[in-house]
Design a protein around this ligand. Structure first.
Ligand code: FES
Length: 146
């Protein structure tokens, strides 16, 4: 596949998550809830997780933001469901490396749609958009770990 075709495919995957977000909503009961905003634009995202026996049993998000931030939140919630907390953090670290254009082991996790965000590295101003929901997830996990 040419890099132009790949760009088109990635754009389509991002728009699909933006228009048909997975796990958009709120959870009741005992949840870890984090609200974060992107200081550069003021957009905000809320991430909620239910953690049971050290695993992310459920993850959802709501908020206002651009297509990149909301698509990334959709992908993130999809990716972390079922993962042990440590692995959710490891995936977040890998994603952060991907966003900074650093090396990352693409075989460590099944990245699926997340790979579509790799093109964001070409637009440094959008990296904060892509990482917003991930930072919220990290905060939610780290704050309550002992
Ligand atoms: Fe605000 Fe992307 S422009 S989160």
């Amino acid at each position: 596949m040419s890099s132009r075709d790949l760009d088109t495919l990635y754009r389509q995957v991002i728009m699909d998550h933006y228009k048909n977000p997975r796990n958009r909503g709120e959870l009741d009961g005992d949840t870890r809830t984090v609200n974060l905003n992107n200081p550069t634009c003021g957009d905000r995202i809320q991430v909620q997780m239910k953690v049971e026996n050290g695993k992310v049993a459920d993850a959802v998000f709501t908020g206002e933001g651009c297509s990149i931030s909301l698509a990334s939140a959709s992908m993130m919630t999809q990716a972390i469901k079922g993962l042990p907390e440590e692995e959710a953090l490891a995936l977040s670290e890998l994603f952060s490396n991907m966003m900074q254009g650093k090396e990352y082991d693409e075989n460590k996790f099944d990245l699926g749609d997340i790979e579509a965000l790799s093109g964001v590295t070409k637009f440094p101003a959008r990296i904060k958009c892509a990482t917003l929901a991930w930072k919220a997830m990290e905060k939610g996990i780290n704050e309550t770990r002992s």
